[in-house]
Write a protein that binds this ligand. Sequence first.
Ligand code: IPE
Ligand code: MG
Length: 218
Amino acid sequence: MDGNGRWATQRGLSRSDGHRQGAEALKKVIKECSQLGIKVVSVYAFSCENWSKRPKAEIKFLFSLITQFVKKEMKDYVKSGYRVRFSGDLSQLPKATQNAINKVIEASKNNDGLIVNIALNYGSRQEIVKAVNTILQSGIREIDEQMLEDCLYTAGLPELDLVVRSSGEKRLSNFMLWQCSYSELIFLDKYWPDFDEKTVEDILKEYSNRDRRFGGIS
Ligand code: IPE
Ligand code: MG
């Protein structure tokens, strides 16, 4: 979900306004994904790298916004039958955020609708190293792909069919590198706050025209 800051600057608004509008975009996108029958949607909300690379005040604002989103918006997700998951090291998050997260995970754990997976304090390399360490601690000395996958934050989720990056950047920035081995990639110039239902439809149209061969031939 990239481009909140630039979206705001372009309009003479504060970066916080951009993040607020980004949260509005997320509501629209998730609702549309559910309506179109998508099974899992993962969004990159905050990376491990964000901590040291942003002003303290912005980080504080982001976590108050995220906590509010989890408390308010996600209450409706539970009612709508969505299952909420998180990927990342949650132990480093503010206590209020952790509490809100734990509540929504618990309340939605038996739901069978859209899975909403929020990558929060997430980094793909960190995730893989953590998985390997978990395996080593169990005394196993040789691993296979399934074992590693079972120790990722995304355990049990299907691998990514499609990765979409907003705001004109054409890189993955430590996002689910293992899980996106065979993903289709779409890079849009649009800033995240401008994403809406129509954007999701356009993305799916583009995706449906891709020929996924997984190393085979068409
Ligand atoms: C994404 O927008 C915000 C996060 C979820 C961290 P940015 O804050 O990165 O916006 P730009 O890249 O400065 O425009
Ligand atoms: Mg950015």
